[in-house]
Structures are given as structure tokens and as C-alpha cells.
Ligand binder design. Sequence first.
Ligand code: ADP
Ligand code: ZN
Length: 596
Amino acid sequence: MPTTALSLLQDLYGYPAFRGQQAAVIDTVAGGGDAMVLMPTGGGKSVCYQIPALLRAGCGVVVSPLIALMQDQVAALRELGIAAAFLNSSLDAQAAAQVEADFRAGQLKLLYVAPERLLTPRFLALLEQARVALFAIDEAHCVSQWGHDFRPEYLGLSQLHERFPQVPRIALTATADAVTREEIRERLNLLEAQLFVASFDRPNIRYRISEKQDGRRQLLAFLRDGHEGDAGIVYCGSRRKVEETAHWLAQEGYRALPYHAGLDGRVRARNQERFLREEGVIMVATIAFGMGIDKPDVRFVAHLDLPRSIEGYYQETGRAGRDGQPAEAWMLWGMADVVTQRRFIAESEAGEAYKRVATAKLDALLGLVETASCRRVALLNYFGEGAEPCGNCDTCLEPPALWDGSEAAKKALSAIYRTGQRFGAGHVIDVLLGKATDKVSQWQHESLSVFGIGRELDEKRWRAVLRQLMAQGLLAVDHGAYGALQLTPASRPVLRGEAAVHFREAGRLAKAARKGRRSDAGTADQPLFEALRNWRREAAARHNVPAYVIFHDSTLGLIAAQRPASLDELAGIPGIGTKKLQTYGAEILQVLAAGA
Ligand code: ADP
Ligand code: ZN
């Protein structure tokens, strides 16, 4: 039988079928075409370049920005029996020379390399001496100067196409927004590449957002109710808060470690290593932590402070539940967070255009936290994707108290429409309240019929109305330089008084949804599952890899539930490929026999 993409997925990886657009991406790249792939974290980007590299002659060269990530990816590939290696500053000269020799001799199928090394004359010369199957550019958003992960070395990667025009390239990222997407296409010279955009929904993540009262007590309640022993990330707004929170959690008996850019590099590396390798570690961190962390069994991501934008929030929460098992994204926010962030924006040295965009992003985020309807719908709408109420977020599970805001919505939308959809929230509210500001007289807005029609609400209420309209997809923000509010197709019926709108009652948020769903493994035979986990811990130590590189919890859960009696039966379980069956099959059957 000829080797096909599907046979490789089944035999090597042990998965029965491709997910989403994986097969289409693999077809394109294996056939020599360029591809640009946008998939959420956990969507399964790796096989999109690994399998084409296996199908094509030569070695796939993967550009990856993080050393820890490269090491884990290579360890995981070797566990699958695939010849993989990396070249980065962690190797000594002799080890690096060996990798280079293997590469030249055509003995590698995948080679991971840091961008700064790839662009050295030495490495470029090496590339000329071997057959390159493809170039994969992982975390491609690092080329975007607007994002917080900007890596100047990524800019040089456009050279690859000029030097090796016949080698297909595939760029991958989990960053969805249109501006970044365009920047990647231009900067990496991928204008001709076929674009693959997956749904950004992460159905296994439950979103919960509550008002902050006593943050520590709330966090403790959250951990005790369904997350004892789980690995998770707790994001804080400042370095100081990171340290204090990590210290306090440790006193409460949790395995909590701090991570922020102000810590010594070695401490940071050690904490990250422990988070990846040990089970049940809680990383308390600033947003400096997380890029490229592909630990699949992070069961929760908690935000103790308001993030800065929906993009940031979605990327951070996306680190939960990459294995597809139930996970929670839990956020606390307070008005004080909003005040601090507004001050940061106002005091920043950046130009007016930046300030307006930052303000619009903050407003969109506030719309999300205040929305009375499904969080997931609001999130996906923000990324331009339609969705139905999900049944797996706090507002779906425990709907909040509402007030009928149809009249207020109509007034706000009219004011935006009559002023030409060219102004931000501040001016629109001035018009609604009938304030005689300079801007009002400059544009002669006092002569409009909408001037002063909204005096029954104060400024704060109007801001909340606008944010919630945004969250419900009834208002859009022009993300170009101006941050102007604009109507959407969905706002027409509201404007005409044909559709009702409901807003969340301020201060009467629903009690946070109680039960964190436990992983499916919990429904399997629990003692057997624990025995398998113990075996995995010991096997991981023997092979010097993180436990999840051996098997995911989901695979162990299925083994515990199905109790396969033979190697053949074991082979039928997703996540067990040929090599792993060979390496671990007999040991697993022994654990099962002992447990029976
Ligand atoms: P990403 O890089 O997009 O965040 P990964 O490539 O790390 O995601 O994949 C996430 C998880 O999903 C990995 O554990 C991977 O083995 C698994 N996975 C990928 N493709 C499939 C598939 N077709 N079927 C089952 N599991 C898959
Ligand atoms: Zn929902």
C-alpha cells in the first residue's frame, strides 16, 4: 500500500482521522504549494507541516522561536519514531556538528531551528548542501511589529523564498486578527500562498467572568471547586502581584511558582521547566509567560486582573485544554482595573492613533465582560465568526439579571448614525447628553435631532450601553486609526424599533457557575487511571521527557475505561501509534493486569 497522509497519521500518530482542514493543508504543502494556516491553539497545527515533510523527499526545516518548545517537539517526534533534531544555543559545538552532519547526510526528516541561526551564512550554506522538503514558519505572528511577540529576526525570513524558490513554505499562527494576518502575508512574501482559516472556537473551554470582590478568596474557591491538583496558569497585572500571589498560594498548599520578565533568567527557565514536566503545578505569571507553551493538559487559565484586549485574553485563555478535554477560563475584573488601564493609555508616550486603538480595544473587552448574552458568541463575533449560544459559559449556564434597553439602544444607535459614524464613544455620549463641547459646536451637532435625547442616563450608564452593544455585535469599532463607532447589519432592526435589546443589570452579575466539569478520565476506572498515571510518570523520567509526551490524559482515560486485553486492542485506542505500541504496549498491559 502506498504511504499516504492518512496512513501516516494512523500508523505513526495513532489518530484515526484528520481534524478540520488538516488534510487540505497537508495536500497543498505536500504537493509543493505554499500555505498560510490560522488555527487556534490546540487545533493541531504541527501535523500540518510534519506529515508533508514525511511525504516529501528531504528534511523539513521548522523555524521556531522558543528553545523549550523545540526540545519538546523533537522529543515528541522521536517518541513517534521520527528522525528529528534541533539546532539552537543549548547544544554544544560537538552536538551541533553531529546534527549538521546528519542533516547533510539526509538522515533527518525534521530539523527545528531558531530564526537567528537559520539566517547565518553558515546555516544558509548548509541548506544548499541538503535536500529541503519544506520550510515551516511556526508562530508566524512574530513577524508582526504590532503584536507583543515581535521578533526582529523573523523579518529576515522572507529571504527563504528568494534563495529557495522551489521549496514550499507553510506559515502557522494562532493569532487571528486581520491586520496581523495581512502583515504576515506581506512580510513573509506569502501573497500567493493558499490561506486556511479554521474556526477559532474552543468548545471544551468554559468561559467565566466575574466582578472582583475579594480576589484571593474567589481564587481559592475556584481552585477548591474542581481544580485541586490541576495544572493551571494564573495571570496577574503586575510583577509584584505575581510574586505575592505565588507566595500566598504556596502557603495555602498549592505548587505555585512565579514567572515574570523581572526574574533572573535561570529562575524563569527552571520554573517553566517544572511547570512543563511536573504535574499539577500552578504558574502565577504576567503575560510574559505563555507563548509557545504547548503543554496539553493545562486545566485552567485564571485572570486576576483585566487583560488589555480580547486578542490578548483569547490567546492567554487558549493555553487551557489543548488536549481537547474540559478546561476553564476564569476571569475577575473590577472598575479599578479599568481606571488603571485608562490611565496607562492616557499617559503613554504613543501617538493619538495608538491611544484611540488601545481605547477601542479596551472598550471591546469591557463589552465582553459586561455582556448579558453568551461569552463565546461575543468572542467569536469579535473575530468575525458567527456562533450560536454555547451552553458552556457563565452567562449561558446562569443568565444574569437584565433590563430592557431597547429604547436606550435605539437612541445610542441613532446618535451614532446621525453624527456620521465617525466618532468614538466620548463624543457620541456628549451628544446624547446634550453637552455643549467644542467638538459639538465645531461639527454643529447641537442642531441634530439626537442632541440631548439621552439625559435620563448618566455617562457611566451610556458607556455600559455602548460596550454591551459592541459585545452583542450591534456596534462595530473601526480598528483603523480612529476607533470610530459604526452600525452593523444587525443594528438596523434595533434602530427601527423592531428588535428588543437586553442589558446586564449593573452590579447584579450572576453568581459564577459552580461546577467545573472534570476531565472525561474521571468517568473511567479511577484507581486504574491513577495506576496508569504513576506508570507514565516513571516512564517519563526514564525517557527524560514530559509525561504528556508519553501519552495524554485522554489516552490513559480511554485505556482505563476500555481495559484492552491485547496489543491489538490497545492499538485501536487514539493516541497510540506503531512506535508507542512497540515501546510501551507490554508495560501498559502489565499495569492493566496488575490492576484487574
Ligand atoms: P497547535 O500547535 O495547533 O496548538 P498541536 O499541533 O500541538 O496544536 O496539536 C494539539 C493536540 O492535538 C496534540 O496533542 C496533537 O497530537 C493532537 N492532534 C493533532 N491532530 C490530531 C488529530 N487529527 N486527531 C487527534 N488528535 C490530534
Ligand atoms: Zn455561552
